[in-house]
Write a protein that binds this ligand. Sequence first.
Ligand SMILES: [Zn+2]
Length: 232
Amino acid sequence: MNLLPDRLLAGYRAFSEGRYLQETQTYRTLAREGQAPETMVIACCDSRAAPETIFGAGPGDLFVVRNVANLVPPYNPDGDFHGTSAALEFAVQALRVSNIVVMGHGRCGGIKAALDPSAEPLSPGDFIGKWMSILEPVAAGVSGNELMTQSERQTALERISIRTSIHNLRSFPYIAERERRGELTLHGAWFDIFTGELWAMDPASGDFQRPLVDVDKEEPVPSSDPADDAAA
Ligand SMILES: [Zn+2]
């Protein structure tokens, strides 16, 4: 019996014979000198939205924390177990990252659960329900909106949750302070699994717009020629 699933062993073999060989020096330098990533990403656990894949990151590039629905809880030093807050503390206070990106994604199961809090919990502990209650104040406003379709509510809450997480990031005193000093920038992004598009949040308005890298790829819109109309 294999100690790890076959798929993982095959993947590791490909890594050790390919990428690791190409990047051995990078790994060794990082091992000797320690990591110094400039960017922290807070992403969802969803297997389809891996930040390292989406951003083409190599070893040492990104400091990543993933949790259900890429949420940042409000600053609460009196709480018990805070995996995400501990990762934030290390990234900001020890690694001194310059950027934090909260990256949400389409079709997020956690967000779907937040839109339907009356659904049967997956276990008696209802850890997902408790975790998603971080979004309770904003989720109620979206889930009760009868004018929107289910998919519109889903996308809306995915994006509102990113703004909420950025708001919560600023509740950590050292994050607010480093942002005020211009040493740290907070970003929002949203990944569409189906199209592969990455939308970036405008920090002033909070709106999500397709980033320049995507706009650059677009074909120029042909100018309309009155002769075409005449021919048709
Ligand atoms: Zn998700």
